[in-house]
Design a protein around this ligand. Structure first.
Ligand SMILES: *[C@@H]1O[C@H](CO)[C@@H](O)[C@H](O)[C@H]1NC(C)=O
Ligand SMILES: *[C@@H]1O[C@H](CO)[C@@H](O)[C@H](O)[C@H]1NC(C)=O
Ligand SMILES: *[C@@H]1O[C@H](CO)[C@@H](O)[C@H](O)[C@H]1NC(C)=O
Ligand SMILES: *[C@@H]1O[C@H](CO)[C@@H](O)[C@H](O)[C@H]1NC(C)=O
Ligand SMILES: *[C@@H]1O[C@H](CO)[C@@H](O)[C@H](O)[C@H]1NC(C)=O
Length: 768
């Protein structure tokens, strides 16, 4: 989102230069149609709540001059006092809690902090769709509460649903991982949680407006000198349609998101914010977005200045608007749109269309309905932010996401009564801000890992390195405390200094002397050694995986404000871990033949290119997608699944007469009733109660270069020790089992499929 440092500074300065700074400092919400300030507003159609939104929008547009309309095409929209419209700042963020990134939101003594949930990659690891939505709901409650006292806007540019394509990506932490299905479910459910107003009379009303970003095929920030402002992502139609687009489609179609943000990069030679096929064609045309399309900050300027995509700034403005862009984060459209209209590069009607989308969104938020404190959610205020329930949910989300990667001989959980002293070592052992990742806010409070662990047992703490880069480790001191403690917890990993926006990693190893510190401590430790890795992306931790002295490994993402409490809950067995990796952990050697700039998901054996993610990569992994242990064991038994599926075709379908058909299109008659049941009996065979995610994969027939396997559904359940339940999947052949062909069409492959759950495999064949 934030572009070059210069831009950030530019934004802050311009913000403070606006004359209406006093409005921002007030504790009143920003809204239009305030009859107490301007009695005239009752005569304006756009303020009249008895009229339909469409005619209110049209009324407003009619009243504005071209120059005034253009004020509403940039994120810092200026006031039009003549019509009782105050200035409005479109840019707020709420990736995993209300954030101070973006000038629309700030904290003050009135609301000093907001609940800071785990960074998204960890929440995704919970594989719990109701959790995704519940978090969204809490975040929007806090956002509305802050809006009501003048501290936040109503339009939040979250979530980030880009596919975590390459393990080095600095922003992978913000995403729900590498799988299109998980990302789609995460995006649509989080959006629903943010947006859905409990107003049954008015189903299109918004609690706050969410935004799915960054559209599309954006997942490189700055790798070996290639940056996102100049990067042309060369993407095949097949990868586009079965990997990069699905989360965005789901946001719009299933989540009904109010906004999509186009990215900085080009896709196949065109900047996404200037591509009419991608914006007007796909988002608005095919998916039927009800809302606005916004540019990343400052994408339009970037494709003019950095990519030299047009000769003049006016042409850049016209191209973006004609492509379907409605709002510009930045000021480029504010500066050049009027001239573009005057030069005849676009008609004023194009501006009308864009601002109408923006106004319609504000209408759905109640911005033109008068005092928001007299509307739904008007009673929310500071008392509703950081409630104990919200903070407990932050702890619960972290618990549900934490992944137990290794547990040798059941050495975890540690017994809080048997352990008299615990050595707690590592540069992330007592961190606060590191736990909340990027796009953060000010949290309600922090519980660090050390504080979490110390609540149960006596601890001896040593950072072991002066920072995560760990140029020189305090090996001897660390060995000393580990040798005398009953158990050792090493909290290692990285932070925003080594993976962040604008900064991709170049390798997958724990930095500096971290491996040395871990290995040396493990050699002399008296009790079990637990390695805790705090990070967004995965690591090659083969050295620890294969070291018998290291009894347990946990990945805790960036676990949010209550992360330390959640880590302790898992380590001491107050919570039975249930998280599963939402991305593949590759060995360092994987990078040898994989330039970050190669967007191909599918392998290319002729070039030694191994392909990406569990769907295509078949080489060695350190830990696989979906890996995650429990203190219990779960078994699966297939109860119901078909062995043969017959797909009916029309009389004159070519495949009825030809034996060459390997697949049929998903618009065929056979799709109408193509769903079948898969029922599994899942048993918790251990004695610990616990949650478990059943991951149902399919391996399709190998036609169209299809994935070796892909997730078709997942269901998280909770089971008491020694008990069992039935898990039911409804699998739709056309939606769930289909594959995308080389031209981007969804097709049902004919032949043999293998369904997998854990070690269980079931073969079914599909014929016409
Ligand atoms: C608002 O619109 C309704 C419905 O058209 C109309 O009856 C009413 O007079 C309008 N109110 C004002 C103040 O113009
Ligand atoms: C915006 O508000 C300021 C101060 O309240 C005022 O001076 C200015 O004229 C307004 N701008 C417009 C376009 O109404
Ligand atoms: C999913 O999360 C919700 C919280 O939203 C929780 O109540 C539920 O127990 C979780 N499901 C499982 C199976 O852990
Ligand atoms: C728009 O114009 C303002 C005022 O001249 C300037 O400060 C700003 O940098 C311009 N924005 C862009 C994106 O060129
Ligand atoms: C751990 O971090 C907390 C929060 O920053 C701080 O108050 C505390 O002093 C630290 N503890 C130690 C032992 O350094």
């Amino acid at each position: 989102m934030i572009s070059k440092v210069i831009f950030v500074v530019g934004f802050l300065i311009s913000l403070h230069c606006f004359p209406s700074i006093s409005v921002r400092a007030s504790t009143q919400p920003v809204f239009a149609c305030d009859a107490t300030r301007d009695p005239n507003v009752v005569h304006y159609g756009f303020c009249n709540v008895s009229l339909g939104r469409e005619s209110r929008v049209a009324d407003l547009v009619r009243r504005l001059t071209l120059e005034q309309k253009i004020l509403f095409m940039v994120n810092s929209a200026r006031n039009v006092s003549r019509l009782g419209i105050p200035r409005y700042e479109w840019w707020s963020e709420a990736l995993h809690g209300v954030s101070y990134i973006g000038p629309g939101t700030r904290f003050s003594s009135l609301v000093p902090g907001a609940t800071s949930f785990p960074q998204v990659i960890l929440t995704a690891a919970s594989f719990n769709v109701s959790l995704f939505e519940t978090i969204g709901k809490v975040v929007s409650t806090e956002a509305r509460a802050m809006y009501n006292v003048g501290l936040a806007g109503l339009t939040f540019w979250s979530p980030n649903v880009n596919i975590f394509r390459d393990p080095r990506w600095g922003r992978g932490q913000e995403t729900p991982g590498e799988d299109p299905l998980l990302s789609s479910k995460y995006g649509s459910r989080y959006v629903r949680g943010l947006q859905q107003a409990d107003d049954h009379a008015d189903s299109s009303r918004l609690k706050v407006a969410a935004c799915c970003k960054h559209y599309t095929a954006y997942d490189l920030d700055n790798w070996k000198g290639v940056d996102r402002y100049h990067f042309n992502a060369v993407v095949t139609q097949q990868d586009m349609d079965d990997t990069f687009q699905p989360p965005f489609k789901s946001c719009v179609v299933d989540g009904n998101v109010a906004s999509v943000m186009c990215s900085y990069n080009q896709v196949n030679g065109k900047p996404t914010c200037a591509d009419p096929e991608l914006l007007a064609g796909v988002i608005r045309g095919q998916w039927k977005l009800n809302g606005y399309i916004v540019s990343d900050c400052d994408s339009v300027k970037v494709f003019y200045d950095d990519q030299h995509y047009t000769k003049t700034p006016e042409a850049a403005a016209a191209k973006a608007i004609l492509a379907g862009l409605d709002l510009n984060c930045g000021s480029f459209l504010g500066n050049h749109t009027a001239a573009a209209v005057k030069a005849g590069l676009l008609k004023e009607s194009a501006i009308d269309k864009a601002v109408s989308n923006n106004f319609a969104t504000l209408m759905r938020l109640g911005f033109f309905d008068g005092d928001p404190r007299k509307q739904p959610y008007g009673q929310l205020g500071p008392k509703d932010v950081c409630t104990s329930g919200h903070q407990e949910l932050a702890r619960e989300a972290a618990r549900q996401g934490i992944v137990l990667l290794k547990n040798r001989d059941g050495s975890l959980p540690l017994s809080p009564t048997a352990i008299k002293t615990l050595a707690v070592i590592g540069p992330n052992a007592n961190v606060t801000k590191t736990m909340i990742g990027n796009y953060e806010g000010i949290p309600c409070k922090y519980t660090t890992p050390l504080q979490g662990l110390t609540a149960s047992v006596a601890t001896k703490y040593l950072p072991g390195c002066s920072n995560v880069a760990c140029a020189t480790a305090q090996v001897n001191e660390a060995k000393k405390i580990a040798a005398s403690a009953d158990a050792t917890v090493l909290v290692m990993g990285i932070d925003q200094s080594l993976e962040r926006e604008g900064f991709d990693r170049v390798d997958l190893l724990l930095p500096g002397q971290q491996p040395l510190l871990i290995t040396e401590v493990a050699k002399v430790a008296k009790g079990p050694v637990i390695l805790v890795i705090m990070s967004g992306g995965g690591f090659d931790v083969s050295f620890a995986k294969n070291n018998n002295k290291i009894s347990g490994i946990l990945w805790v993402g960036y676990p949010g404000e209550a992360g330390g409490a959640a880590i302790a809950d898992v380590i001491f067995g107050y919570y039975n871990p249930s998280g599963k990796l939402p991305m593949t952990w590759y060995p360092q050697s994987y990078l040898e033949n994989v330039p970050m700039t190669n967007m191909n998901m599918r392998p290319d054996p002729s070039k030694g290119y191994p392909g990406r993610t569990y769907r295509f990569y078949t080489g060695k992994t350190v830990y696989t997608f979906g890996h995650g242990l429990s203190y219990s064991k779960f078994s699966h038994k297939l109860v119901k699944a078909p062995q043969l599926l017959v797909f009916p075709l029309d009389e004159d379908h070519i495949c009825r007469y030809s034996s060459d058909c390997t697949s049929v299109e998903t618009i065929e008659r056979g799709c109408e009733n193509s769903a079948f049941d898969v029922h599994l009996r899942v048993r918790n065979v251990g004695s610990h109660d616990g949650s478990h995610t059943v991951l149902l994969y399919a391996t399709p027939p190998s036609v169209h270069n299809s994935p070796r396997k892909h997730l078709v559904g997942f269901e998280k359940i909770s089971l008491r020790g020694k008990s069992a339940t039935m898990v039911r999947f409804k699998v739709d052949v056309c939606k769930d089992l289909s594959v995308v062909d080389e031209l981007g069409s969804r097709r049902v492959a004919l032949g043999q499929y293998v369904l997998h759950v854990g070690n269980l495999k079931h073969t079914l064949s599909l014929r016409i």
